[in-house]
Design a protein. Structure first.
Length: 172
């Protein structure tokens, strides 16, 4: 017990050696470090999708970057579907002219249960097909939407789509 009191007195003497300006600087340093950690955790709390290239043009190759929760990364089904999906759809004259599905080709763990993924490359235009559907974008402008999401299943193995985020943009 006597040793504990001496140790506490020694610590108190060391603390007493800091001047007010020194304590102030220490408090500011802790606030900055703590504030940065809080900002980083708050910065990635919603899903989003962005186009990585500004002002995309017909024929150009683009990628999309999405932010999504860890739950979106779960693989499901016998085929081990890649998740999440980062997809691109383009409409020209009220008709789907382009549709492609991609998964996150490159991922970064943002911490706090959030991830950032960049899609594979999309070439704006030409012919595409998904499943039994074919699409043709021979040229001209279109309105495009990049979107991300993932599937879950229930006890009957039914698939459910969960939309995460989207971005709309015009292509000339």
């Amino acid at each position: 017990m006597a040793n504990r009191k001496r140790t506490n007195k020694k610590l108190l003497k060391k603390v007493d050696r800091f001047s007010f300006p020194q304590l102030y600087l220490i408090a500011v340093a802790f606030a900055i470090v703590g504030g940065f950690a809080l900002w980083k955790s708050l910065a990635a709390t919603t899903s989003s999708v962005v186009v990585d290239q500004p002002n995309p043009q017909y024929g150009q190759q683009i990628t999309l970057t999405a932010v999504y929760p860890s739950a979106a990364r779960k693989k499901i089904g016998r085929r081990q579907m890649f998740q999440p999906q980062i997809n691109l759809s383009c409409i020209q004259n009220a008709t789907t002219a382009y549709y492609q599905i991609s998964s996150a080709a490159k991922e970064t763990n943002l911490g706090g249960g959030w991830w950032q993924g960049t899609s594979g490359t999309f070439t704006l235009g030409g012919n595409t097909s998904v499943g039994n559907n074919s699409y043709s974008w021979p040229g001209g402008s279109a309105d495009c939407t990049g979107f991300s999401g993932y599937f879950t299943t229930d006890s009957t193995s039914a698939l459910y789509w969960h939309s995460l985020g989207s971005v709309s943009f015009h292509v000339n």
